[in-house]
Ligand binder design. Sequence first.
Ligand code: UTP
Length: 306
Amino acid sequence: MPNPSTRPARKAVIPVAGMGTRFLPATKAVPKELLPVVDRPALQYIVEEAARAGLPEVLMVTGRGKAAIEDFFDRAPELETALEKKGDDGRLAAVHESTEVAQVHFVRQGEARGLGHAVLQAAAFVGDEPFAVLLGDDLIDARDHLLEQMLAVQAEHGGSVIALLDVGRENIDKYGAVAVEPTDDGGDVVAVTGLVEKPPVDEAPSSLAIIGRYVLAPEVFDVLRETAPGRGGEIQLTDALATLVERGEPVHGVVFGGRRYDTGDKLDYLKAVIRLAAERDDLGPALRGWLRDFVTELPPEGASPS
Ligand code: UTP
């Protein structure tokens, strides 16, 4: 018998305290979550996603070197006055959008001791209710309603829900991997029976990887407090979820088939910028035309560009 939660999730936690080593040297001075995807930081898309899913209260878990994130979600009176004087309503609206989309709170992680440790910093903010976690560098296309579906699955079954993506067996060693069983809900909703962080390819339970959306039961905080550092010496959220599964707590997975970009990865970041710009009304026509010419001029694979 499922154990539906009587309290729907209302709060979102966005961990942004990681070091972003894959994007050095840019991330020496700029948090990777603020790198622009076209003209907005990746993080703004993510806050908007939380608000669209009905989670208007957002806690960001920040750390040293991330003060620019707090500035971005704060009012900018001098800038607003300058734009008002110029009568630049379009840009003024864009500046307002970033502060008005959600109620954003901040807590600091102190030391980047892993995603599990980052999530643990949200315990006081969250209290005793289910909550969503959206990773600050993981962009889900606004037309794909992954978080909404996960919230619905959590409301029906209780427990926790994680987002999964089939990354192919050859890539699974870069992700948290899961063992799953089918459910009565149908193809894309599965029951998670085991989790392991970055397993060797030949030991992975499946090619399904955990991606950056979670809806978690508050019980995860007690488990995280007892979770020892795991892979890479970090306190892993995957390990805490594995403990919940071992204790018989329900953990479901939603297998995502839509568009997703890891903006902390250079290649995926470039794909996100190009795709989202190519689809925009203002930039799309000119960019698409240029892209077509560019592609026809590309040298064949293996030849070096001139
Ligand atoms: P990543 O696994 O991408 O780690 O974290 P990272 O350190 O940020 O980046 P790389 O791998 O060195 O390039 C996933 C998410 O969890 C947050 C990150 O900010 C990112 O949004 N995170 C990670 C924390 O908030 N704290 C941590 O201790 C680790």
